[in-house]
Design a protein around this ligand. Structure first.
Ligand SMILES: [Zn+2]
Length: 56
């Protein structure tokens, strides 16, 4: 399977950035509920992606 995880991780990052740009509640210090959800899903995918890449 080509890098589906990478695609999803990039998409999650874009989704978060798009939200943060449009959202007036999200700042560097605090995130709104939706921003938090988008951020956490991005972090989870990033972790999964980085972990899979790295041969332990
Ligand atoms: Zn927000």
């Amino acid at each position: 399977m080509p890098d589906d995880l990478f695609q999803r991780y990039q998409a999650a990052h874009r989704a978060y950035q798009a939200h943060a740009r449009a959202c007036t509640s999200c700042t560097d210090q605090a995130r709104c509920t939706q921003g938090t959800r988008l951020w956490e899903s991005f972090v989870r995918l990033q972790d999964a992606y980085l972990q899979r890449k790295r041969p332990r």
